[in-house]
Structure formats: structure tokens, C-alpha cells
Unconditional design. Structure first.
Length: 453
């Protein structure tokens, strides 16, 4: 069996599909880069990514080389780039890129003979990965996309938001009918989902082995920087939201909950960092609710400024309706700030009764009432806020850091290769003794589970 980190044997050869992969970036590009960095610690990894990422990757490698990472750049012909102009056709472009990437990967496999292929980004279960068709054990994910907005919340959206949700439902239906998506699922050796909803989707599509693995994580350097943000003991009570101002982020729910709370706490403040299509609607709502003097729209801020604002607030309110991950909540937790969220999507895996407040998402009225009550409890109980904040920091240390993700993905590689007939026939790789050299993680039932493990 293959040894993933024994210097006396050949390292396992992994092809990592990372359409989005850039250093010093957040969201998907940052996820791709961090997977490369962590997987290259125990395997020889070839990274198939876009030509557009070359400059930033090579600049990062010149400052901090990665001996066991090799980058292969591929893009579609320039004549096809019109699909992604303005971001409107990026999904079509991505679909076509995946098809072209198959032929690049096929030629690479002929030369290198990969032991395992891992599709890391884009992290969506609604698009196929044609690399699953190569005769190599295939890991898909972590992917999201199986989450959906509860129907009762549609009435609280703008017309633009309702149209978006309708198109999203139609896109999900299209993906369920896509034979390549279903074929990807059936050929997947291990499917990783960011939420329980997506795990159910993967199984319905045909994945036989699945598990839940949160996509959200931050590096040790970031953890240490966020730890330097002191606990807040000052007044007034101040809540914060950070993110794109989109209808499904649920900031209108946070604002309505704050308006009810503000009547009894007139000095309280609500800060919002970010920009987006719902900005003007949210400003109008603040005026209609007569709280515009206590709601501050900071717009988009550099990361350092955003973290400074986080340190000046007591609580993060992030009432997203279908986020598959949610990095801002992890950063707030690492900074020792309690998080208030809805019991939906990836945030439901990050927050529990020990470190924050999860509100059932049954209706807009019920969600607003729950947010109001959470504000009331946390504003009146400093000790509760501090206890939640300390528990949040501890949970990030334990579960939501990239070193932990590396342990988890390595254990999946080991299990998949051990049980795969292709790996068993390879005499060049040896997994013996791996367990004695690595800490096999103990998984919480709410963050990683699989009936096959």
C-alpha cells in the first residue's frame, strides 16, 4: 500500500484539480491554494489550474517554494472567453474548462501514472468533473450546492432575489438531469460534502461513499493574528455583519431583528461591511425601520480595516440562508466573537450551543424574533458573551484550521487507496506504517461522518 510521507518510498502521486487557486486570496481561490500547500506536505501533487493564476502562484513560490508541488496551467482558447465576461457566463466557461482539462489530465496520467485524483475547486456538486473518468481513485470535494432557501423566506426577497432563487432551482434541476454530473457521482471513490443537505444530494446522484467535511478553515498565522484581538468590554453593544450584500445572505433579517432590539437599547449599533446588489434596499429598510442613525454601512474594506472593525464589535450576525461554508464566521470565532446564525448550511456545523446561537429557519417572522432574542440575551450578559467567545476560539483551534483539514484529507486518501484494487496492485508504493506516523483524527459526528468509515 502507498506511503504518503515515507522518504524511503515513492510518495503517492496526486493530481489536484483546482480551477480556483491563488495565494493570499479568500474564498475558492484561497481554498485551492491551501489544499495544494497542505497536500504537498505528504504527497507529490500535480495541480491542474488556470493560466490566469500563473503570475500570483509563481510569485508566491519564489518567496516560499513547495518542493513537492508541480503546477500545470490550462485555459480554453481566447475565442471562448466571452462566456465569462462580466462574470455572467462563468459557469458555462467552467463547464467547458472541465471538459478540456480531461484531455490535459489524460496525457499527464499517461506520463506520470497518478495514484489518486482529487477535485478540489470549484466546490459545487452541480457541475461534473470529467477527471472522474480516468482509471484512478477519485475524491470529489468538499463540495457544496445542495443547500436551498426554505420556501417561506421567498416572500421576504426583492423581485431580483426571487428571480435569482427561481433560476437557482432550475439550475439544480438541470444538474440532476445532467448525465455527466451523475456519472461523476457514480465514479467517485469518495464524495465529500460541506453540509448534510449536499451529502444527501451526492448520495441521490449516485455517490456510494460520502462524508461531511466543512470547507471553512484558516491557517495558523491567521489564527494567531485573530487571537491578538482583545475581548471587548466597552459600550455601546454593537453587532456586525460582513459579506456581499445579497438577498440570500439574510442581512435584511438581521436588520429587522436589530430594529426590534434597538427600541429597548437606543444606543446600540449595527455595522455592515460589504457591497452588493441589495445595498440600496438595505439602506431603504434602515430608513423605514427608523434605525438609519444607528446602522453604519462601511462598504468594502481592506482586510486589515475589516478586522479592526470586528474588534470593535461584540457579536457577528450572519443569517445566511444557504451558505455552504462561511469564512467570516470562522474568522469571527477565532477573534473570540460569538456568532448568531440560522440553522442552515455550513454555518450550522460551525456554531453550537457552547459558542453561539443557531436559530431555526422556519419563517422570516420566527427568524427575526430569534435574532432579536439573541441580541437581548447577549447584550445583557457579558459573561455569556465572553464564554461563547472563548469557546469559539477553542473550536477553531480544534476543527477549523488547515492543519486539521490536512489530517482529515490524508486519512481519506489512505482509506481510499487501501481499499482500491488499483492501489493494491501497485508494488511501487507502500502504506505500511503510515498509521504509526500520523495522528488519525477523531471525528465529531456533526463535522465528519460516513457510514463507510
Amino acid at each position: 500500500m502507498p506511503d504518503l510521507d515515507n522518504a524511503n518510498d515513492r510518495r503517492a502521486r496526486v493530481l489536484l484539480s483546482a480551477y480556483a487557486c491563488e495565494p493570499l486570496k479568500g474564498s475558492e481561490p484561497g481554498v485551492g491554494w491551501n489544499w495544494v500547500r497542505e497536500i504537498s506536505r505528504f504527497a507529490e501533487v500535480w495541480v491542474l489550474t488556470r493560466e490566469n493564476n500563473r503570475r500570483s502562484i509563481e510569485a508566491a513560490l519564489s518567496a516560499e517554494p513547495m518542493a513537492h508541488a508541480h503546477f500545470v496551467y490550462y485555459d480554453l482558447p481566447r475565442s471562448l472567453t466571452f462566456w465569462k465576461k462580466g462574470g455572467r457566463g462563468v459557469h458555462v466557461y467552467y463547464y467547458l474548462w472541465q471538459a478540456g482539462a480531461y484531455f490535459v489530465a489524460k496525457e499527464l496520467h499517461r506520463k506520470i501514472a497518478f495514484d489518486l485524483i482529487h477535485h478540489a475547486t470549484f466546490a459545487s456538486c452541480w457541475f461534473p468533473s470529467f477527471l472522474a473518468f480516468l482509471p484512478v481513485p477519485f475524491v470529489w470535494g468538499p463540495v457544496g450546492g445542495g443547500e436551498s432557501t426554505p420556501g417561506s423566506f421567498w416572500k421576504s426577497f426583492s423581485n431580483r432575489g426571487k428571480l435569482y432563487e427561481l433560476l437557482r432551482v432550475l439550475n439544480h434541476w438541470r444538474a440532476q438531469c445532467d448525465p455527466f454530473v451523475r456519472a461523476t457521482a457514480r465514479r467517485t471513490g469518495f464524495g465529500l460534502a460541506t453540509t448534510s443537505e449536499t451529502e444527501a444530494t451526492l448520495r441521490a446522484l449516485g455517490c456510494s461513499q460520502t462524508a461531511i467535511l466543512s470547507l471553512a478553515a484558516i491557517g495558523n498565522d491567521e489564527v494567531q493574528a485573530l487571537r491578538k484581538i482583545p475581548e471587548r468590554l466597552d459600550t455601546p453593544f454593537r453587532v456586525l455583519s460582513v459579506g456581499r450584500l445579497l438577498h440570500w445572505k439574510g442581512f435584511h433579517l438581521g436588520m429587522e431583528g436589530f430594529a426590534h432590539f434597538h427600541r429597548a437599547h437606543p444606543t446600540s449599533e449595527y455595522w455592515i461591511i460589504g457591497d452588493g446588489a441589495e445595498k440600496h434596499r438595505l439602506r431603504r429598510l434602515a430608513s423605514e425601520l427608523a434605525i438609519e442613525a444607528n446602522v453604519c454601512f462601511w462598504g468594502e474594506l481592506p482586510r486589515a480595516d475589516a478586522l479592526q472593525k470586528l474588534g470593535e464589535c461584540d457579536v457577528l450576525i450572519h443569517p445566511s440562508l444557504h451558505d455552504s461554508s462561511g469564512w467570516v464566521s470562522i474568522e469571527a470565532m477565532a477573534a473570540g466573537r460569538p456568532v448568531i446564525c440560522l440553522n442552515t448550511g455550513g454555518l450550522a456545523l460551525q456554531v453550537d450551543e457552547q459558542n453561539g446561537v443557531k436559530i431555526p429557519a422556519t419563517s422570516p417572522q420566527q427568524a427575526v424574533a430569534g435574532i432579536t432574542a439573541a441580541f437581548e440575551n447577549l447584550s445583557n450578559d457579558l459573561e455569556l458573551r465572553l464564554r461563547y467567545g472563548r469557546a469559539s476560539r477553542a473550536r477553531v483551534d480544534c476543527e477549523f484550521n488547515w492543519a486539521r483539514k490536512a489530517q482529515e484529507i490524508r486519512s481519506i486518501y489512505v482509506r481510499l487507496l487501501r481499499n482500491n484494487a488499483l492501489a493494491a496492485r501497485s508494488p511501487r508504493i507502500d502504506l505500511r506504517g503510515l498509521e504509526s506516523k500520523m495522528e488519525m483524527p477523531t471525528y465529531r459526528s456533526d463535522t465528519f461522518r460516513s457510514g463507510s468509515l
